[in-house]
Design a protein around this ligand. Structure first.
Ligand code: BTN
Length: 247
């Protein structure tokens, strides 16, 4: 690994309820920075906004990385940007992927990867971050309710993906961006914001049960969308599901 800041310790399981939850439930003697938990199947894979993450055996890549960054809570969003970019950088070498706010990866208008970040904060400092990644590599079919919006690398290209190789590539890229940030203080906010390409778009955001519509006028340093609604009022949006009305 180029800079080798993180000492990765990768553990494979054939079945877990959720790789994020598995790390959360470890006691402190077992959880060191760099622990990577990979499951071939998740019984209760979790997504953002309380969704489930479809995680059948032998198809997708499901893993979580444990970090102990000791950074200010104000910098937590940087971890989100770094893992999104790591995933995006690796996939874009082979596929015409796009990033979608806040941290999804799309391929030909279908979602192929999602990220769930959970953190433990004490006295405004980030003690522990669990970075969970689900990537649809080799799914050939999706359940009806997902069919319209979910895709896989295999369905797109016709080629089976080696999950171990792609995981290694993602970890190497993540380690490199993470050490740029932690050691050299490099800020990937600008790159992340640029790649999202959402500024200027008229969107609808579904957040809890609310639907908010407006034009994205900016993204702040925490990664929140600044939406200008009809009439000119602005609203800060920190989570939700975006659909574009006008590009
Ligand atoms: C999303 O809703 O887009 C986020 C999906 C994150 C899924 C991954 S799979 C591995 C890790 N363990 C979980 O339970 N969820 C994340």
């Amino acid at each position: 690994f180029k800079k080798n800041l993180i000492d990765f310790n990768i553990k494979y399981y054939s079945e877990l309820d959720s790789t994020n939850r598995y790390i959360k439930n470890l006691d402190s003697s077992e959880n060191d920075e760099g622990l990577v938990i990979v499951a071939e199947k998740q019984l209760k894979g979790r997504g953002r906004n309380g969704n489930d993450w479809y995680s059948p055996a032998g198809t997708g890549l499901y893993f979580s990385i444990l970090l102990e960054p000791e950074i200010s809570v104000l910098d937590l969003s940087k971890i989100n940007m770094i893992i999104s970019l790591a995933l995006y950088n690796v996939l874009k070498n082979k596929y015409p992927v796009k990033m979608k706010w806040p941290n999804d990866i799309y391929l030909a208008d279908k979602k192929i990867a999602g990220i769930l970040i959970e953190s433990n904060i004490e006295a405004e400092m980030v003690k522990e971050v669990i970075v969970g990644v689900g990537c649809n590599t080799n799914q050939e079919v999706f359940p009806d309710e997902l069919n319209k919006k979910a895709g896989s690398l295999l369905l797109f290209s016709g080629e089976t993906v080696n999950n171990k190789n792609i995981l290694t590539d993602i970890l190497i890229e993540f380690d490199s961006l993470y050490s740029d940030f932690m050691i050299d203080g490099i800020d990937y906010f600008g790159v992340w914001k640029q790649e999202l390409g959402i500024i200027g778009q008229e969107i609808k955001v579904k957040s809890n049960s609310n639907i908010i519509q407006g034009e994205v006028v900016d993204i702040d340093r925490q990664g929140n969308l600044i939406l200008e609604k009809e009439g000119g009022n602005r609203q800060v949006i920190s989570s939700g599901e975006v659909s574009v009305i006008k590009g």
